[in-house]
Design a protein around this ligand. Structure first.
Ligand code: NHR
Ligand code: GAR
Length: 226
């Protein structure tokens, strides 16, 4: 019998809040056909609903409460120790709300991705939906990028757009963006697990070739009525 490679990429997800992105990743990876496995979910907030979602799915969880650390270095060291117990091949930030130190980012160089609710390089940081509205933008969206020391500035892997309606509130817009997040993130995580996606010299490579620009999830076209 030919020996089969049964090693599946091990995924650790970090979240801070509700965890709807985590849920879509759980739903995707639970399938036998998915080429990776979420081995643990880590949180910086002990009451985050993301922890319940993980527990419900039988996934190990850990909490490193940032309020119990007096420096970012100390918090990141504790977080890194928990993560390393699970020997991840991929670290996925899914609504994780703590800025990570340079040391932490270097430790997982090329192994950490984030989903950010804007069309990067526009609107790094927080309150992206309100800022897009305030600027009078017509389009907004979501980006998945490799995490580097540069906050929300790492190379972008993939993006999806949404239209902004004049009547939109930040909440409505966030909801519309989140629908795209839920489509996009499992796809990108799958590519990574399949070994198709790499960061080399801070450039995204897809299937061995440097990506000239982010992959782009097109808006479903409205089929014209007959
Ligand atoms: N860390 C590094 N080094 N690089 C990135 O690209 C990172 C990162 C950590 C998190 C996610 C990011 C986002 O998608 C992310 C990317 C939190 C803040 C923030 O200001 C900013 C960006 C992101 C996440 N956090 C506050 C802080 O003081 C706390 C805010 C809160 O708790 O609500 O850490 O947007
Ligand atoms: C998502 O919209 C994600 O893009 C955003 O927070 C939300 C988390 O939702 N991330 C950030 O703003 C990171 N600073 P979720 O917990 O339901 O996945």
């Amino acid at each position: 019998m030919i020996a089969q490679d049964i090693t599946e990429p091990r995924i650790v997800v970090l979240a801070s809040g509700n965890g709807t992105n985590l849920q879509t990743l759980i739903d995707a990876t639970i399938s036998q056909a998915f080429p990776g496995k979420i081995v643990a979910v880590g949180c910086n907030r002990p009451r985050a609903f993301a922890l319940e979602r993980a527990a419900q799915a039988g996934i190990e969880t850990f909490t490193v409460d940032h309020t119990e650390h007096d420096s970012r270095e100390s918090f990141d060291a504790a977080l890194g120790a928990e993560i390393d117990r699970h020997a991840p091949d991929l670290l996925v930030l899914a609504g994780f709300m703590r800025i990570l130190t340079t040391e932490f980012v270097r430790r997982y160089h090329g192994l950490m991705i984030n989903i950010h609710p804007s069309l990067l390089p526009k609107y790094t940081g927080l309150k992206t939906h309100q800022r897009a509205l305030d600027a009078g933008d017509k389009v907004h969206g979501v980006s998945v990028h490799f995490v580097t020391e540069d906050l929300d500035g790492g190379p972008v892997i993939a993006q999806a757009e949404v239209a902004i309606a004049p009547s939109d509130s930040a909440e409505i817009l966030a909801e519309r963006v989140r629908t795209k997040e839920h489509l996009l993130y499992p796809i990108v995580v799958r590519w990574f697990c399949e070994g198709r996606l790499k960061m080399e010299a801070d450039v995204v490579h897809f299937d061995g070739m440097p990506l000239p620009k982010p992959l782009y999830l097109a808006e479903e076209s409205q089929a014209p009525a007959d």
